[in-house]
Design a protein around this ligand. Sequence first.
Ligand code: NAD
Ligand code: TYD
Length: 344
Amino acid sequence: MKIIVTGGAGFIGSNFIFHMLREHPEDRVICLDKLTYAGNLSTLESVMDRPNFRFVRADICDREAVDQLFHEEKPDAVVNFAAESHVDRSILNPGIFLQTNVLGTQTLMDMCLRHGIGRYHQVSTDEVYGDLPLDRPDLFFTEETPIHTSSPYSASKAGADLLVLAYHRTFGLPATISRCSNNYGPYHFPEKLIPLMIANALNDKPLPVYGEGKNVRDWLYVEDHCRAIDLIIRRGRAGEVYNVGGHNEMRNIDIVRLICRELGKPESLIVHVEDRKGHDMRYAIDPTKIHRELGWLPETKFADGIQKTIRWYLDNRQWWEKIISGEYMNYYEKMYGSREILPG
Ligand code: NAD
Ligand code: TYD
């Protein structure tokens, strides 16, 4: 199988490339990535020289570049991870989210149709379902849950999902969608909750928890997500949506406390800061369909996954320190410098 992976220099895309090259050494993997602030070529260093791997720097919105690559490579499948992915940035600047997440998806699908590509897979998120109330632990997102978005990020992802389903129905594009819960693991950009807290704790910097920290996320180790996508592109039914999640709900504040404990840092580093606008309360995925149809189950328990992740950040300090010393610091100043600190 020959697969084009877009956004492969980011967090989940790079983990997916490692997964594919390890599990399917006979496959050819081509990574197309624009290398935005979130894309990091050093992440792919260990596979760059593999004969069955190729990296191409391009924007998924660039029709000519995508057309040319599809013409050259004639892939069997395209897996689209490329996106603007951070909710807080989407609140600061929604435009680029619509551009990349919606129009970029359209460009990729147009080119899939033009080149007769056998499978297009859209990597989406549970955030398209909006949120669930904290006092209804019996409720979960299924594939039938209505789309109901809160942030420009989730709205752009939902827009893309609807377009994928429309391209399937109207033009017969053989497409699938996965909607996964929050991922964590190696190469996670240190603007997201878990890597940010690990990096700040290691530098003895404040740990900024939004509001009271009672918001709940459903955490999945990134490798489990990669296995799910691998199964879907091989055996998933075209036109279908698959929810991916491991029934591992945690409150933000509990995650931050756990990181403090694991690193031997005092909880006095925790500061409660002004809440995120429109902050979703709880995400919780019902993964019954992917289990029933494709036999997928998560393999990594949170207790093990978080230890592996912390270990990785301890062993790979240069990877994240390079990031937080650069452009990211300007964003950090803008995002957190102006945030009111709440009485904890
Ligand atoms: P990320 O921000 O770490 O990586 C995104 C990658 O896309 C980067 O390498 C970036 O350079 C690239 N990119 C951005 N715009 C591009 C463009 N116009 N053209 C080409 N490349 C471009 O994101 P991530 O956390 O790895 O998320 C990957 C995908 O998975 C996204 O679609 C996201 O919505 C989805 N998702 C993420 C999570 C999560 O917890 N992180 C959960 C569910 C779904
Ligand atoms: P994040 O990692 O941005 O993922 P998402 O918003 O897509 O779920 O945030 C996870 C949760 O952590 C979310 O409820 C917001 C919260 N959060 C903080 O409390 N402080 C922070 O500095 C960040 C980045 C997130």
